[in-house]
Design a protein around this ligand. Structure first.
Ligand SMILES: [Zn+2]
Length: 82
């Protein structure tokens, strides 16, 4: 799981820059949504790409965004028939 380690210093605002090699390896570009998981017990912070899911059923397929929520075509059709 861990193939390499890079040491970076946290700046005065609490920021670090992800190494370009890490971003390329993960195929993360500008605006990629990233989750930050904190494991204080093991002194770890884990970054994971956030995957949007349908607000209603949890599907990850063909989502459309509306007012900061995501919806799949099946749920969109179901709601339209209400
Ligand atoms: Zn859905």
């Amino acid at each position: 799981m861990r193939n390499s380690a890079t040491v970076r210093l946290i700046d005065e605002l609490g920021r670090i820059v992800l190494p370009v090699e890490a971003r390329q390896a993960m195929n993360w570009g500008e605006k990629t949504p990233v989750e930050i998981w904190i494991n204080a017990t093991d002194h770890e912070i884990i970054l994971r790409q956030h995957r949007f899911v349908c607000t209603y059923c949890g599907s990850m397929d063909n989502l459309k965004a509306y007012q900061n929520k995501h919806i799949c075509p099946d749920c969109q059709r179901a709601i339209a028939t209400l």
